[in-house]
Write a protein that binds this ligand. Structure first.
Ligand SMILES: [Zn+2]
Length: 320
């Protein structure tokens, strides 16, 4: 699948292939929800398709195309956390280097997709670094990263970058309207920072309504009309990273609104308790980042406790 906003990156890939300048490792980086993985899969199809030697598209019908679609092409691997939200482990990277030491089954390239590359723990990242320092011939690694947690520079510097940016708003809205013309996409697209696929997933998967509920609750909390303990119970089963990202978005909007008050909108405007100094807000952002790191860590968290401290702290900030 090549989305309308990916033509530039696609052409870059085609050029690299045509000129036989494919590097050992490519890094696809950019916000989530832009279709980076879809483009990498499309490229895998092109590379392996038996009828694409002279063309820029896979046929979708040959043996290789079938194997890829079935997820069983012997020269293709996807490396991802064994459980969602968990780390990519060193054992997985070791298996990968065994895979790259074998000769390819079809006599061509071997391709490995690592997603999200930022999910590698330190041991895994170090092991991958070895693979990158002594690359196996005819192997292409594609690392996919959504920028939220930076990749170690030692890894980044050994990859050729392909950057993905949110498309122009009109492009995104046109695509979204084509998926479902009945939905009011603008606010969803704004909430997902202009990432069309994320907006689509949010709408389809019910995340959008959770988002609205969370923002309404935050506004009530800020006006001190909601109980932090009760809210913590209410949101304790949510994905903590999602919660922290939303809170972070909320703070950013807040800062912008304090700069340009006339742009205040929606629930946020109704929650304005008066000015909070930017120093205080930045302090809070710091605190939020620390909580986020904790949530990424290996320990079993008590999510309810974590949210209680977050909400109580926020009430303290806005009421002083
Ligand atoms: Zn084919």
């Amino acid at each position: 699948m090549i989305y309308p906003w990916q033509t530039q990156q696609w052409e870059q890939l085609l050029r690299l292939r045509k000129e036989q300048r494919l590097p050992h490792a490519l890094l696809f980086s950019g916000p989530a929800g832009l279709g980076k993985r879809a483009l990498a899969l499309e490229f895998a199809h092109l590379v392996f398709c038996q009828n694409s030697k002279e063309s820029d598209a896979s046929c979708g019908a040959c043996h290789a195309c079938h194997l890829l679609r079935a997820g069983s092409h012997p020269d293709f691997r996807v490396l991802q956390p064994e459980e969602e939200g968990h780390a990519i482990k060193i054992d997985q990277i070791r298996e990968l280097s065994e895979f790259t030491q074998q000769t390819s089954h079809q006599g061509g390239l071997r391709l490995v997709l690592i997603q999200p590359a930022t999910a590698m723990n330190i041991a895994a990242a170090n092991a991958l670094l070895k693979t990158l320092e002594e690359p196996a011939p005819d192997t292409l690694l594609i690392l996919i990263s959504d920028n939220r947690t930076p990749l170690p520079i030692t890894i980044r510097s050994r990859c050729q970058h392909l950057r993905f940016l949110a498309p122009p708003r009109e492009t995104a809205l046109t695509w979204l309207a084509a998926q479902d013309p009945a939905v009011a996409w603008e606010p969803i697209l704004a909430a997902t920072q202009g990432a069309p696929l994320l907006a689509y997933q949010w709408q389809q998967g019910g995340v959008w309504s959770s988002y609205q509920n969370f923002m309404t609750d935050l506004a009530a909390l800020t006006r001190q009309e909601a109980d932090p303990f009760q809210l913590a119970v209410q949101w304790k089963d949510a994905n903590m990273l999602w919660v922290f990202d939303l809170f972070f978005q909320w703070l950013l909007k807040w800062m912008r609104m304090q700069e340009v008050p006339e742009k205040s909108e929606g629930v946020l405007a109704s929650a304005l308790p008066g000015r909070i100094s930017s120093g205080h807000l930045l302090e809070f952002v710091d605190y939020l980042q620390r909580l986020r790191l904790e949530a990424l860590g290996p320990s079993n968290l008590n999510q309810q406790l974590m949210l209680e401290s977050l909400f109580i702290r926020w009430v303290q900030y806005v009421s002083r």
